[in-house]
Structures are given as C-alpha cells and as structure tokens.
Ligand binder design. Structure first.
Ligand SMILES: C[S@@+](CC[C@H](N)C(=O)[O-])C[C@H]1O[C@@H](n2cnc3c(N)ncnc32)[C@H](O)[C@@H]1O
Length: 361
C-alpha cells in the first residue's frame, strides 16, 4: 500500500476554511498552491498507509496535536503570498472596493464612503460569500446584473437590531430624571410648544415607542395640557414600514416590564400590537443622517448604536448636527459604547457619563 501524507489533507482543509472567509487575498490555484507548499514545509509530514476507515481517528489525533502550529503557519503563508503574488495582481483590492462604493452611490444614492471600512468590508463579505464571488469586481457585476441584491446588501450593512427599553439603566434615568426635567421646564416656561424628541436611527421603532410610553405615562399623571411628538428617522425604509405597523414578536420585549406590555400592547395571533394612543405620538420619516436635514427644535435627541458604522470625522460632524438640532438645555443620548468626540466635549455638559446622557450648554 502506498504511503500518503495525511498532513496535506489537514492543511488543505484548514486553508479552504480560512480562504472562504478572506476576500482580501487571491484564491487562484497558483496562490493556493504556494500557500500550501510553504505551510507543508513548516509542519511535520505524517505518512500513513492506514485503511480509509481508520483515517478519521488519526486525523483527529493529528489535529489535536498540531492544529495551533498549522494555523499559525497558514496565517504567515497567506500573508507572504498576499504580499508577493507570483503573478500579476488580479485586481487592486482597494481600487475595486472604492469603485464598488461609487457604483452603490450612483445606483442607490447611498454614500458609504464615511462608514468604517473594516466593518463595511466584513459585512459586505458575508454577501459576497452568499453570491459565491471572490472579489469586489465580481460583486460589482452581481449588483449591476441583479439589482435585487442591493436589498440584501443593505440589510447586512445596516444591521437593525433593537428592542424595547434596550439598556435598562438608560431608561430608568430617562424616566426618573430627564423626561420629568423636560416636562418641568416646559411647564415653567409656559411654552405652548410641544415636547419634541428626535430618535435618529430608530430601526423598527422600539426606541421611539419606548420613549412614547414613558412620556405618555408622565404626561397622563400631571401634565395633560402638554403635548409630545417623537420624530423617528432611519435610512432603511423596510424598517420604517415595520415600525409604522407597530406589531412585534416576543423577542422585542426582553427588557420591557409586563406592566408596560399589558398596558400598551394588545396580544394578536403571534405577536403584540402597540395601541393607537402610543402609536400616534410617533412620526416616522425616511432620512439619511449624513445628508438629510436635522429635526430642529428638539428637547432631546437620542441616537444610539448608529455611530458604530461611521468613521471618527463623520461621528464628530453628526454630533455637531445634533447639537444644532437641540434647543438650549436639550439632552443628547448616545449608545452605551459611544462617546462625545472633539469640539463637542466643550459644548455639552455631562449629565450621566455611564448612561451617555449629555446636555446642550
Ligand atoms: C442597530 S440599529 C439601532 C436602533 C436603535 N437606535 C437602538 O439602539 O436600539 C442602527 C440603525 O441605524 C440605521 N442607520 C445606519 N446608517 C444610517 C444613516 N446613514 N442614516 C440613518 N440611519 C442609519 C440603520 O438602518 C439601523 O436601523
């Protein structure tokens, strides 16, 4: 029986797995062969003459013993081959990526040039994998020839995860301190204007409806003459359509008390429908935060878990935009992992650093 280097099979398997997740390296036969050869020269060969049946156990044994070494060497080999391909570079990765962004802007008016590149590429690669394409140029062809792919791409680029009362501590602070302070200030000023809140990047509406619930309860208790309006905006029209319906599955309620759920939702077949008097406090509008006009005259702007998409300079620009949208003394609420940048640190007062709540000076 002929001896066979079983290590080659193992390395090939790992290589296929890694390359299926790396769209930044060439996966042609020449490069693949080079990576393989380099790695095999650095890991011990394992010649076997075993029958196929016993092979499985042997492979598992070798993996346990050598996998970290194999993976380390593979990563080095991939980088080496990436930096020194033995052929003309098939495409300039970055140039093709920029071209792709340009085409998306041209076709759909969506400008992702200020989005964080690593995050964008990671998400785009998910779609490229589904479409079985190897690089940005090929993906561009898919978008040009199958426009329906755009909807799928936008779905992964603008992840819309949200839930009612997401990050409980923030909502306690809003309920106990911030919203009562806004109501008290309105009462004191005798201002006939409504309380106005802008929920920017509202996804399916869980955030603006959570606000509407708190405001409704507070106003119902002791300020029935004060009206409230929450303007909720997002770039994603499918999300907004869901938000306007106000119908949610049980997952959206993980952080909502059953008191609110029973008071403000009606159970229907496989979910819950928000009641009209909460729904009518919220107006949904399709708006791109980057290019479209702000919602001016706001007592509060809440923009959480949206900044992750944007690079630092765009984040700074948006914070200034929100500052401009707020009335004097108005509040700005950010996501738990986000923070004030640049100039903005001097024009906002920190109200609660843990909950990321700031006040316009
Ligand atoms: C993770 S969700 C945040 C939802 C909610 N604010 C929360 O924290 O639960 C992010 C939302 O930002 C929206 N978004 C991304 N880029 C945007 C842009 N340029 N303009 C407006 N909305 C955008 C997405 O469509 C998505 O619905």
């Amino acid at each position: 029986m002929q001896a066979h280097n079983i290590m080659e099979d193992i390395v090939k398997n790992y290589l296929d797995e890694i390359l299926s997740m790396r769209f930044d390296v060439c996966t042609c036969d020449i490069c693949r062969q080079n990576i393989l050869a380099y790695t095999l020269s650095r890991v011990p060969a394992q010649y076997v003459t075993t029958e196929i049946g016993a092979m499985h156990t042997l492979i598992e044994q070798i993996k346990v013993e050598h996998s970290s070494k194999i993976l380390r060497e593979l990563i080095v080999a991939i980088q080496l081959v990436k930096d020194n391909p033995r052929h003309e570079k098939i495409e300039d990765d970055n140039q093709a990526y920029q071209l792709l962004l340009k085409q998306i802007k041209l076709d759909r008016g969506a400008d992702f040039s200020h989005y964080r590149e690593a995050l964008l590429k990671r998400r785009m690669n998910l779609r490229m994998k589904m479409c079985k394409v190897r690089n940005y140029s090929e993906y561009l062809q898919v978008l040009v020839h199958t426009p329906a792919e755009y909807e799928k791409l936008f779905e992964v680029l603008t992840i819309n995860v949200s839930s009612f009362f997401r990050d409980k501590d923030v909502w306690t602070k809003l309920k106990v301190d911030i919203l009562p302070a806004i109501i008290a200030a309105k009462k004191k000023s005798g201002d006939s204007h409504k309380i106005r809140i802008w929920s920017a990047g509202c996804s399916h509406g869980e955030e603006p409806y959570s606000l509407a619930i708190l405001l409704y309860e507070l106003l119902e208790k002791d300020a029935q003459n004060i009206k409230a309006e929450i303007v909720a905006t997002d770039i994603d029209k499918d999300c907004l359509n869901i938000a306007r319906k106000g119908f949610y599955g049980k997952d959206a309620f993980k952080e909502m008390s059953s008191y609110y759920k029973n008071k403000f939702f009606i159970p229907v077949s496989d979910g819950f429908q928000i009641i009209p008097k909460i729904k009518e406090l919220v107006i949904f509008k399709e708006r791109n935060l980057i290019h479209d006009e702000a919602v001016f005259g706001a007592d509060m702007v809440i923009c959480r878990n949206v900044f992750i998409y944007f690079n630092r300079s765009l984040q700074e620009h948006l914070i200034m935009k929100f500052h401009g949208a707020l009335l004097k003394g108005g509040y700005f609420v950010m996501g738990m992992t986000e923070s004030l940048l640049g100039e903005a640190r001097h024009i906002f007062r920190t109200e609660d650093s843990l909950c990321r709540i700031y006040q316009k000076i």
